[in-house]
Design a protein around this ligand. Structure first.
Ligand SMILES: Nc1nc2c(c(=O)[nH]1)N[C@H]1C(S)=C(S)[C@@H](COP(=O)(O)OP(=O)(O)OC[C@H]3O[C@@H](n4cnc5c(=O)[nH]c(N)nc54)[C@H](O)[C@@H]3O)O[C@H]1N2
Ligand SMILES: Nc1nc2c(c(=O)[nH]1)N[C@H]1C(S)=C(S)[C@@H](COP(=O)(O)OP(=O)(O)OC[C@H]3O[C@@H](n4cnc5c(=O)[nH]c(N)nc54)[C@H](O)[C@@H]3O)O[C@H]1N2
Ligand code: SF4
Ligand SMILES: [Mo]
Length: 727
């Protein structure tokens, strides 16, 4: 079939020779689309398609899912373990035993010399849940360091912290189907159209059947903002002020659901006293949304039969991230909008398995939402694993964002980086670079050996990627879905679960414990640990077979249940001992870096639809890379005119941390005193970012810092830019 460009290079749809379709869950974002991978007769993945019968995506995929078959054989894949000396001379290919022996020996040497916690492990939201569980068992039960965390601290930590503070437990209470029941949608700091295209499509589908207001809070005119009925271009970092003010109006005008508050919430008095201070007239001066609009939105939300809020990084990545999440939860609690169809507080998660790590990796505690601080939990897990409970620390250790400063001060000497790329994704890269240079030993375990962090590694372990393995991811709506292997691991790479289990054998305690290699056996262990009347995270009714058959199941699904559960807290009972949710009283403290004479622009960063994170995958997929091959910055045309800056020219951005050269794209998407840069490129936006931390979640405020803009020599900048491109 031919269409398009009729005269030159007509587009031809080729028969790719698929002989078999294999089931998986997309390995990019947290939407959790069911995907089938087409394999040709040589066993090579050649294409993908959405699964029609899957509730999440109903046959659809976005550009990343549609091109995902190309990631297996992409440039930069790691085929062999590698090793090198302390001075980072050339890599030598080695065998697995040598690489693992070396790693274990270095960890032991460093722990003996400097103490158990001098070895740190940072992980990810991108390996399988069974792999997370196995890594947790290894780190908590065998290696025994408490400095174990993951990139979720850059991503979902504020949502986790906010859910725990409001409801007594982590766990997003809502689901995508809520769009079909809601009468009002309020979205904070989420660019759903580009970052979660298939959730956006579900929303659009719901709106086609039944109109309801969509309100988007975002300082930038995103695609989602353009699609909204009301766009609130908030002053960066001030969502808490808006949220407290919305609550103020709702209480003042008697629009709150008093019956729900009395029955289901504690903390009302303190909360009401705090929000009393946030009258719309004063709030408007801080958050930049006019007072009438605040009142209008508050009334619209409170008077809707069912109203729901969603949010993503615009809330989480802020010094008020955790408070912002509690503010959203407050809003839904006082209007009785939790656990009912169309009424919810739904954090849209990030990575394909950002949820799986929260649930089972033991990063912040022990598996299955257990806490290190709880003696019963330590006892239970110690017994189950065959570990003395006294071996476990009694409180959680450092967050990822505190691990790097601890390397700087010499408290941490060795680092194991599993499936994350902090050299590109952490704020203030210059500081991270110096920190990495200080390590006595670093091991990077990644599916791609060209990942920037490997520049600082002494050992590189090639992990098999996504559908070379079997295991589960949990998506935004608590749906556990499965990936089945479509091909053998690339080269001599190994599934991460294998790497963890082999590493465990290098310790006496690890050799005594069981580390199953079959992820179905690991899943069985998790099932056993999830059982219990009071556990919300119960997966005991699931199995790998059933999950594939149903195209994903939402937890809790208890033994004997025939279905999963769409919504949490439908009975108004929460996870605090008194069964109530807590309304949080949160004062406003302005602690952001704000524009001044020297650094007059707000710098915002985020994503574009065709790239995923640090581009180890999408940077090599032609149909993704060609749409944004180069670092660029959105700048307001009026501001550019004042500074004499032209569209498509290069400029140097300077912050108090460093500088970066980018190409200018003029657009009214950003305000006069703001710029936006996608964070996908190495040595770019995170050379500038500040990353002040949220006090509860320790998540960096990636979205708020300040820069100035300088002219540069265009020829030199163009040369630099070409060098920065993947190819
Ligand atoms: N295409 C693609 N999709 C992805 C990813 C990807 O890399 N590429 N990554 C996945 C991951 S891990 C994540 S965490 C999600 C992220 O998904 P999103 O959070 O939707 O994406 P971002 O672009 O990081 O940020 C969202 C918005 O926050 C806004 N914002 C900035 N400051 C503020 C503020 O002070 N207040 C408010 N209300 N908004 C603000 C920004 O202008 C931006 O439009 O996407 C997931 N999906
Ligand atoms: N300025 C700025 N910075 C940000 C953000 C922002 O909005 N602005 N967002 C932050 C957020 S929300 C996030 S989530 C982080 C993401 O930051 P990172 O976690 O550093 O980003 P990724 O590129 O996804 O890194 C994941 C790595 O895992 C590897 N990998 C993938 N699958 C597997 C596997 O199965 N096994 C193994 N062993 N390796 C695998 C990939 O090759 C890749 O190198 O960035 C954060 N940084
Ligand atoms: S929306 Fe997310 S899960 Fe679905 S195909 Fe796109 S990247 Fe994959
Ligand atoms: Mo994320």
């Amino acid at each position: 079939m031919l269409f398009g460009r009729r005269k030159k290079n007509p587009i031809v749809i080729r028969d790719k020779g698929v002989t078999e379709w294999k089931y998986a869950t997309c390995g990019y974002c947290s939407v959790g689309c069911s995907i089938e991978i087409g394999v040709n007769k040589e066993g090579t993945p050649v294409t993908t398609r959405g699964v029609g019968g899957a509730d999440v995506n109903r046959g659809k995929l976005c550009i990343k899912g549609l091109t995902e078959a190309q990631i297996f054989q992409a440039a930069g894949r790691g085929a062999e373990p590698k090793i090198r000396n302390k001075t980072f001379e050339d890599w030598q290919i080695t065998d697995w035993d040598t690489a693992l022996d070396k790693t274990a020996a270095e960890f032991k040497r460093i722990q003996e010399k400097y103490g158990r916690d001098s070895v740190a492990v940072i992980s990810t939201g991108q390996i399988m849940t069974e792999e997370f569980y196995t890594l947790g068992k290894l780190v908590r039960g065998v290696i025994g360091t408490n400095n174990y965390d993951g990139n979720t601290t850059l991503c979902m930590a504020s949502a986790v912290s906010g859910y725990k503070r409001s409801f007594g437990s982590d766990g997003p209470p809502g689901c995508y189907e809520d769009f079909e029941h809601t009468d009002c949608l309020l979205a904070f700091g989420s660019n759903l159209c580009e970052q979660h295209p298939i959730i956006y499509w579900r929303l659009k589908e719901a709106l086609e059947k039944r109109k309801f207001p969509v309100i988007v809070v975002d300082p930038r005119v995103t695609m989602f903002a353009q699609f909204a009925d009301i766009h609130l271009p908030i002053t960066p970092g001030t969502d808490l002020v808006l949220l407290n003010s919305l609550a103020h109006v709702i209480l003042k005008e008697g629009l709150a659901d008093q019956e729900y508050i009395e029955r289901c919430c504690s903390g009302y008095e303190d909360f009401a006293a705090e929000v009393e201070k946030f009258d719309p007239t004063s709030a408007a001066k801080i958050c930049g949304i006019d007072e009438d609009t605040i009142r209008h939105v508050a009334r619209l939300y409170a008077k809707a039969g069912a109203a729901m809020s969603i949010w993503t990084m615009g809330i989480n990545q802020s010094t008020h991230g955790s408070d912002g999440v509690c503010g959203i939860n407050n809003l839904n609690l006082i209007t009785g909008n939790i656990g009912k169809p169309g009424g919810t507080s739904l954090s849209i998660t990030g990575q394909c398995n950002a949820m799986g790590t929260r649930e089972w990796s033991s990063c912040s505690g022990l598996p299955g939402y257990r806490a290190l601080e709880n003696a019963e939990h330590r006892e239970e897990i110690g017994k189950f694993w065959g570990v003395d409970p006294e071996f476990f620390p009694k409180k959680r250790g450092l967050f990822q964002t505190d691990i790097f400063p601890a390397i700087e001060t010499g408290q941490i000497k060795a680092l194991w980086v599993v499936a994350t790329n902090p050299m590109t994704s952490m704020p203030n890269s210059a500081r991270i670079r110096k920190t990495m240079e200080k390590l006595e030993f670093c091991v990077v375990q990644d599916s791609y050996e060209d990942v920037e962090t490997a520049q600082y590694a002494h050992v590189y372990l090639p992990g098999s990627v996504w559908a070379e393995k079997k295991g589960c991811f949990t998506n935004t709506e608590r749906r556990v879905n499965i990936t089945t292997p479509v091909m053998a691991p690339y080269g001599n790479s190994k599934p991460d679960v294998w790497i963890f289990s082999q590493m465990a054998k290098r310790w006496e305690q690890g050799a005594k414990m069981s580390f199953p290699l079959d992820t179905a056996d690991v899943f069985d262990e998790m099932k056993q640990l999830s059982k219990g009347d009071h556990r919300i995270l119960d997966i005991s009714g699931m199995s790998h077979e059933l999950i594939e058959q149903k195209r994903g199941i939402q937890w809790p699904m208890r033994e004997g249940d025939s279905e999963g559960t769409q919504r949490l807290y439908a009975d108004g009972k929460f996870c605090y001992p008194d069964g109530k949710a807590k309304l949080m009283a949160m004062p406003w403290v302005d602690n952001n870096e704000v524009p001044d004479e020297d650094y007059p622009f707000w710098m915002n960063s985020g994503r574009v639809v065709e790239h995923f994170h640090t581009r180890t995958k999408t940077g090599k997929v032609g149909n993704c890379n060609k749409f944004s091959p180069t670092p660029y910055m959105e700048m307001n045309p009026d501001a550019a005119e004042e500074l004499g800056i032209k569209h498509m020219s290069y400029v140097r951005l300077v912050s108090r941390r460093g500088d970066a050269v980018v190409m200018v794209q003029l657009t009214h998407r950003v305000a006069f005193n703001a710029v936006f840069i996608p964070f996908h490129f190495h040595d770019c936006v995170n050379r500038l970012s500040l990353g002040l931390l949220d006090p509860y979640s320790r998540q960096p405020a990636f979205k708020q810092c300040t820069v100035r803009i300088e002219h540069v020599d265009q020829k030199e900048a163009a040369k630099l830019n070409v060098e920065m491109r993947a190819f």
